[in-house]
Design a protein around this ligand. Structure first.
Ligand code: NA7
Length: 533
């Protein structure tokens, strides 16, 4: 069995950077990764249309001058193949692969209190022990299939978007059904509508979608981006979600209808998340303010979708704009103007079952050559639940988190010493331009490990009180946002999973700058809230 200083689970954006940092500290470290390559999200989600909603040049790692200098993003919002190439480029540049075991899905992790060691076991039989165990599992890495009878009986091609095949998939002349209209569904539907024979979209809850406005990056812009990386990252650092979009300081309700309309129109015409994050600061907090942008978005759908009945079906009725993760699109609504694209509202006519030849709803039988499941993930805690993690006294993490996770700073868990959860539940990371917050998480964990080594500490674990206080804070902080009153993966709801039927906010929503400040304060006060021994 390998004896190491640290084990990292996952070789995505978090795991790669954590490996690099621990190596710098001189720790013997190994990453165990289920996939055959690096990249995490960008390794698995190869579905057509998969691309950034973050500006590419704000998404890459910021810590290495050479990486910033040598990598050229080709588009403002790069597509998945390019991002996967980027992850490989970073892994090569930092020579990370020699410390990664691929095709090695970790099944269990057990803590031995007497030895202060974690022991993991993987599907391929690998076993290893280490002082520190760092999970870099990704918040959206455990795909979920719909709980519809007969899913396994379908005899045509069937793919979940989060487990897309590595070989090209053709849609030409095929009858394809897509289930799901979240950020993923919106991307995949728009892309395959371009070549498909006949496409049928099964929608349960429509989402408010806004235009991405992607474009290529020309030589001049490329140069300017590289020259201004420090400013770009400084802007991200100071903004709520680490994007370049900063909220308008005014309230929607404090300005005239004309002024409001002008800002909405401007933001609708601009690239990226500006309409969500660069909007009036009350639209995500105040129902009346939210109603103004919601009405604007409703009008946009009506303008873009030719058939008023279809436009109506595509319009959300149960939640306001921006209260669920905003899908960004590049012609999504126009796809429904095509003769060969059909929308089935499963609220009107629920899916009854999947058969060997297609999908049966309350009033029709749809034969398909292919079914695509864009049905989402067991978000944030799902990847933890899939590993048998046992802490002090054999306590199972899955049991501890049965009614929602409890953590300290989203980084550690009482009863699970020396286990650090990078981009885990209750950190700011998932409400963030992920790599920006991941770098913060990883740097913080690295500093903690450095501190322990310097001071001669072997073991770190949060107190129960610190954990309770943080967990309550996560829930309280979210209350002021309208999103906390809506079912979504961010509020911990997944209708396909029996244990995810009630809301428990899974993300810290006080903003990345506040989160960083709190983490830094804890460190500055000698790791307040932690027991070090
Ligand atoms: P999401 O946002 O969880 O979307 C999943 C979609 O699948 C959503 O529209 C669901 O409808 C739908 N769904 C799930 N199960 C069913 C069943 N049984 N029947 C019909 N429709 C179903 O996942 P995504 O992959 O789109 O996005 C995840 C994140 O990845 C995204 O937010 C980005 O941050 C990147 P529902 O809304 O539950 O009614």
């Amino acid at each position: 069995m390998q004896d190491l200083d640290a084990i990292i689970i996952g070789a995505g954006i978090s795991g790669l950077y954590q490996l690099h940092r621990l190596r710098e500290l001189g720790l013997s470290t190994r990453v165990f990764e289920a996939g055959e390559g690096v990249g995490g999200t960008w390794y698995w989600n190869r579905y057509p249309g998969a691309r950034f909603d973050s500006e590419s040049w704000t998404y890459g790692y910021s810590f290495d001058e050479e990486i910033l200098r040598d990598w050229n993003w080709s588009e403002h919002f790069a597509a998945q193949p390019e991002t996967l190439r980027y992850c490989n480029f970073v892994a090569d540049k930092l020579d990370l692969r020699r410390d990664i075991t691929f095709k090695s899905r970790v099944l269990s992790a057990r803590y031995d209190e007497a030895e202060v060691r974690w022991e993991i076991e993987s599907e391929d039989g690998s076993r290893a022990r280490s002082q520190f165990l760092i999970t870099a599992l990704g918040p959206l890495s455990a795909p979920t299939m719909p709980n519809i009878p007969g899913v396994a009986s379908f005899e045509g091609e069937a793919y979940h978007t989060g487990r897309w095949p590595h070989e090209p998939v053709s849609f030409e002349g095929k009858r394809v059904g897509v289930i799901g209209t979240g950020a993923t569904g919106v991307q995949v539907i728009t892309e395959i509508a371009k070549t498909v024979g006949q496409l049928t979209v099964f929608q349960r809850t429509p989402n408010w979608c806004a235009p991405l406005h992607n474009s290529p990056i020309g030589a001049d812009t490329q140069r300017r981006i590289k020259e201004t990386y420090p400013e770009i990252f400084a802007t991200c650092r100071d903004s709520f979600g680490c994007f370049i979009h900063e909220p308008d300081p005014r309230n929607a309700l404090d300005v005239s209808a004309e002024v409001r309309e002008a800002l909405y129109e401007k933001l609708y015409g601009e690239p990226g998340f500006g309409i969500w994050m660069g909007n009036f600061r009350d639209i995500l907090i105040d129902e009346e303010a939210n109603a103004t942008i919601t009405a604007f978005m409703r009008r946009k759908i009506r303008e873009r979708v030719e058939d008023p009945e279809i436009a109506e079906k595509l319009t959300p009725r149960d939640h306001g704009f921006g209260t669920r993760r905003l899908p960004l699109e590049s012609g999504y609504y126009e796809a429904f103007n095509q003769d060969n694209v059909q929308l089935v509202d499963v609220q009107d006519t629920p899916i009854e079952r999947i058969t060997p030849t297609g999908i049966v709803t309350g009033d029709a039988d749809y034969p398909f050559d292919m079914i695509i499941y864009a049905t989402g993930f067991d978000a944030i805690t799902g990847a933890f639940d899939r590993i048998d993690i046992r802490g002090v006294g054999g306590q199972r993490l899955k049991d501890k988190w049965m009614n929602g996770p409890s953590t300290y700073l989203g980084l550690q868990i009482a009863g699970f010493p020396n286990l650090m959860t990078v981009a885990g539940p209750h950190s700011a990371t998932t409400f963030c331009n992920m790599p920006r917050c991941i770098e913060q998480n990883v740097d913080w964990v690295t500093e903690l490990v450095r501190y322990m080594r310097n001071e001669g500490f072997e073991r770190v674990v949060p107190t129960t009180e610190a954990e309770e206080t943080w967990t309550a804070r996560v829930q309280e902080t979210a209350q002021r946002f309208l999103f906390s009153r809506v079912d979504s993966w961010m509020t911990g709801v997944n209708k396909n999973l029996p244990n995810k039927q009630s809301r428990s906010v899974l993300v810290y929503t006080g903003g990345a700058p506040k989160y960083r400040e709190l983490c830094d304060e804890v460190a500055a006060n000698g790791y307040e809230g932690f027991e070090l021994s």
